[in-house]
Design a binder for this molecule. Sequence first.
Ligand code: NAP
Length: 248
Amino acid sequence: MKLLSNKTALITGASRGIGLAMAKKFAENGANIAFTYMSSDEKAIALESELTLLGVKVKAYKSNAASYAAAVELIDNVVKEFGSIDVLINNAGITRDNLLLRMSEEQWDEVMENNLKSVFNLTKSACKTFLKQKSGSIINLTSIVGMKGQAGQTNYAASKAGIIGFTKSVADELGSRSIRCNAIAPGFISTDMTDALPVETKELYFKQIPMARFGSPEEVANVALFLASDLSTYVSGQVISVCGALNR
Ligand code: NAP
């Protein structure tokens, strides 16, 4: 019996990076996978085919996590197609970095809508399904930056800090129904998001990380696997850092 046998996981933003690693890890561990993306059609179709070969049910949905209406429609479609949702991973996220003095209202709004409102959209829409089932594991991707702040990322840090408050509140509200809600706070992980950083900035970060390297998406996926599985049935309302000791 695999860790996620007979479970269905919905992962937002799994065409690349951490979401992609979680989709693979979960499928390898027996989960059926519904996943979303925004614009990477080819990558999403390729992932759907690759994971189907593992003998689980897989479906890609082009769905904007920042839209409430799209989230409601998505949850409806996933429940119709898969019958249930056992694990919701709110992973989709973006950066629009700028110093506060130069940050536009649009950069602020875009990050808040894609990173924070998206978590509300999906979690609220999936709530009824979890309540009916009297079970569910919600995993939200926050960031070390949401705890310690980062120059040039006031919008991103605020959105990720908001996710922590949301996560703890949902755990409080839904705990009595056996619905768990936790957050994962990655430090610097090698994905397209961090590849975009200038070399000098990366070198500066390496010096600040006690483990002196960026993490891999798989290292984050391993923690998500724990939180999604029945190994963590009494773990809720927590923020687990995956950051090479950056946040001590
Ligand atoms: P990434 O490589 O940039 O991938 C982002 C994924 O999210 C892509 O699949 C993208 O789809 C999807 N996406 C973006 N906006 C979306 C939307 N509105 N609706 C649906 N899908 C959307 O990012 P990552 O580095 O893997 O990061 C994943 C999560 O971890 C994010 O929440 C990020 O903030 C968090 N995180 C990352 C790091 C890090 O160092 N990488 C550190 C801390 C936290 P398309 O491919 O179609 O664009």
